[in-house]
Design a protein. Structure first.
Length: 317
């Protein structure tokens, strides 16, 4: 996976950005000062900056294309286990052929190995992509600080850049890339039998509704809790920063009570949101188990009526 051409291209782009930031006279953090004429030279090199930005966009688009292709391959390979179970029930148990069992098992193992390589490559590219974004955006922020004679970038800018890098490198991106492939699995259920396809479709819509309801019912409470806790932290920070003035005016008790009131309100909203989220999460888990039983029962009914093979029932579940 480390030999993939896309991560190598991302490393090259990141090294180029670091070298440009280091060697550029108008951007050198150790040599540039707010009144240094070299800053004007840095501002005069907008053509080079535009070319580097265009090259970066090209690398990012190529990396995203590979991520999409790897996501497509990973979702297709996820059908390995259902297909293996279907063949196991419909061929091996019927024919009692050990050779067929070994052949199917080796094919499934090879497919799972390829799935691991593809999924790992996808996650590696996303992690390198996050690192490249941080290198480029941090360098651009520093150039902006030097060019505008500011002492520091906008508050929270580097924190936002770190958050973007952590998001791209985390496992939260993969489900977002896999979600558009859900119709593929619904189509497979329809191919097994239309009745199973409709059961799977209704189940999919039900789970999506539960997730959407969870977000809608807890969003307002979570926002109020966050605002209240942030206000309490602001008051506490003000008490710590202006401790002498607060003690001189005798406002310690009033400000402490205000902070405690905001903290209590934030906790109340958080508990309310957590209660709703826990109830909906429990309902979602119960719904998933009920859906699995429904699919198995539907498949068994179709098998009893000789409308489907037993392997298809197991694969659909």
């Amino acid at each position: 996976m480390s030999a993939s051409p896309i991560p190598a291209a991302l490393e090259d782009a990141g090294s180029s950005e670091r070298a440009r930031l280091k060697d550029k006279p108008g951007v050198s953090a150790s040599a540039a000062t707010p009144g240094d004429p070299s800053c004007a030279a840095g501002r005069g090199s907008s053509v080079t900056a535009s070319e580097n930005a265009a090259n970066l966009r090209g690398v990012l688009l190529k990396a995203l294309l590979w991520v999409v292709l790897f996501s497509a391959a990973a979702n297709v390979l996820m059908l390995t286990v259902p297909i293996y179970l279907m063949q196991l029930f419909d061929r091996v148990l019927v024919s009692r052929s050990v050779d067929t069992l070994w052949t199917l098992t080796l094919i499934a193992a090879a497919a799972l190995l390829v799935y691991g390589v593809v999924d790992g490559s996808r996650r590696l590219i996303l992690a390198r992509l996050g690192a490249l974004q941080q290198i480029h955006l941090s360098a651009a922020a520093m150039r902006d600080v030097i060019a505008s004679n500011r002492e520091q970038p906008a508050p929270g800018l580097f924190t936002a850049i770190d958050t973007l890098r952590n998001f791209l490198g985390s496992g939260a991106v993969a489900p977002l890339l896999d979600a558009p492939w859900s119709p593929l699995f619904l189509l497979c259920c329809f191919l097994l039998h239309p009745w199973l396809g409709w059961v799977a479709t209704v189940s999919f819509l039900l789970l999506c509704g539960l997730c959407l309801g969870n977000e809608m019912l807890t969003r307002r409470r979570n926002r109020r809790s966050k605002d209240a806790l942030h206000g309490a932290n602001q008051v506490a920070r003000g008490l710590r920063t202006n401790a002498d003035a607060v003690r001189a005016m005798g406002m310690e008790s009033a400000l402490a009570a205000r902070a405690q009131k905001m903290l209590d309100r934030g906790i109340v909203h958080w508990l309310a949101a957590s209660g709703r989220q826990l109830r909906l999460s429990t309902l979602s888990r119960v719904a998933r188990l009920a859906i699995q039983i429904t699919v198995l029962a539907s498949g068994a009914w179709l098998v009893v009526n000789e409308a489907m093979w037993p392997g298809s029932m197991i694969a659909a579940s």
